[in-house]
Design a protein around this ligand. Structure first.
Ligand SMILES: Nc1ncnc2c1ncn2[C@@H]1O[C@H](COP(=O)(O)OP(=O)(O)OP(=O)(O)O)[C@@H](O)[C@H]1O
Length: 288
C-alpha cells in the first residue's frame, strides 16, 4: 500500500496563497519522501496551516504546482481522499457517542478501513472505548482525532499543530504514537510551533517564516550549517559588556589576549543551539 521509498509523497513548486494584500504563502517548494516524518516548523502566522490546507485540498492556491500522492489535491478523486488522513486543528466529533461508536462510524466512510478496536488500542484509548466523547480530556480528544485520521488506513497523514495545549507528559505520549505510525510506514507531515517537537519527530524539517521556507534539512544538518558562527563575549575595562559574532572565534580571542594582560574578564564563547538557529531564521532572535 505504501509507495516505494524514495518516491515523493508531497511535492510543491512555487506554491502561493494571498489573502488580500498579505502573501500568506509566498513561493513554497516542498519535497516530502514516502515513509518519512516531515516537520513544518514556524511561528504564528508563518503560513503552516494555509500550506497544509492546500495540500488537503481544502483551500485553493493562487499559483504553483502541487502533487500529493501523485494527484493535484484541487481536483483529487474520491480514492485519493481515502489515502490521505487528516487531523484537523479543531476536530469536533459529536459528544454523545462513545469512542468506539465514533471510530466505527467514521470507518464506514472508507473502502478499506483499519479495524476500529485496533486503532483505538493504537492511540491508547482502549480503556476509554466505552466512554462518551464529551467525558474525554483534551489530550484524549486529540488521540481520538488521530484515530479518526488513521481509521481509513492512510498512506499520508497530515497533522496541523497536533500537540498545541498538551502538557509535557501528553506530548511525549503523542510523540510515541506518531513514531509508531511512522514505523508502520505512514508518511507524516506535521506542523508545529515547537522546535523540540520537530527535532524529536522529524526525519527532515523545513523552517517557514513569512510564507517562505527559510531553511530545510535534517535537524543535524540545520544545526551544522548554521553553527559555524560563534559568539565571543567579554567585559571591557570600564565594565561594559561586549560581544562579537564571528566565524573565527580563536582569532578574536587572540586579539583580546593581546589587549589584556592575563585573564580576559567575562570571557565566554558560545555556539548557537538549534533553538538559536530557529529564532534567527524566523526573525525572532530578540525573543531570547
Ligand atoms: N482566511 C484567511 N483570511 C485572511 N487571512 C488569513 C486567513 N487565514 C490565514 N490568514 C493569514 O495568513 C497568514 C498565515 O496564516 P496561517 O494560519 O497559515 O499561519 P500558521 O503558520 O498556521 O499560524 P499559526 O501557527 O498561528 O496557526 C497569517 O498572517 C494569517 O493571519
Amino acid at each position: 500500500m505504501t509507495a516505494t521509498t524514495g518516491e515523493l509523497a508531497v511535492r510543491t513548486r512555487g506554491l502561493r496563497k494571498r489573502y488580500g494584500q498579505l502573501d500568506a504563502v509566498a513561493g513554497v517548494d516542498l519535497s516530502i519522501r514516502s515513509g518519512e516524518v516531515f516537520g513544518l516548523l514556524g511561528p504564528n502566522g508563518a503560513g503552516k496551516s494555509t500550506t497544509v490546507e492546500i495540500l488537503q485540498g481544502h483551500r485553493a492556491r493562487d499559483a504553483g504546482e502541487v502533487e500529493v500522492l501523485g494527484e493535484d489535491p484541487a481536483t483529487a478523486t474520491r480514492s485519493w481522499r481515502g489515502k490521505v488522513g487528516i487531523v484537523w486543528q479543531d476536530e469536533s466529533a459529536p459528544g454523545e457517542l462513545t469512542v468506539r461508536e465514533t471510530v466505527r462510524h467514521f470507518s464506514r466512510y472508507y473502502p478499506n478501513p483499519r479495524q476500529p478496536d485496533e486503532v483505538i488500542e493504537l492511540v491508547g484509548l482502549a480503556e476509554k472505548a466505552g466512554s462518551r466523547i464529551k467525558a474525554l480530556s483534551g489530550g484524549q480528544r486529540r488521540r481520538l482525532d488521530v484515530a479518526l485520521g488513521v481509521i481509513g488506513g492512510p498512506e499520508l497523514l497530515l497533522l496541523d499543530e497536533p500537540t498545541t495545549g498538551f502538557d509535557p507528559g501528553a506530548r511525549r505520549q503523542f510523540w510515541s504514537l506518531i513514531r509508531q505510525l511512522a514505523a508502520e510506514g505512514t508518511t507524516i507531515l506535521l506542523t508545529t510551533h515547537y522546535l523540540e517537537e520537530a527535532e524529536a519527530l522529524a526525519d527532515r524539517l523545513a523552517v517557514i517564516a513569512g510564507g517562505r521556507i527559510a531553511a530545510e534539512g535534517t535537524p543535524a544538518h540545520l544545526r551544522e550549517s548554521y553553527s559555524g558562527e560563534a559568539t565571543v563575549e567579554w567585559t571591557e575595562p570600564d565594565g561594559s559588556p561586549r560581544s562579537e559574532r564571528t566565524t573565527t572565534p580563536t582569532r578574536t580571542v587572540a586579539g583580546l589576549m593581546r589587549r589584556y594582560d592575563g585573564e580576559i574578564p567575562g570571557l565566554r564563547i558560545s555556539r548557537p543551539t538549534l533553538e538559536d538557529v530557529y529564532l534567527r531564521l524566523t526573525g525572532q532572535e530578540s525573543a531570547r
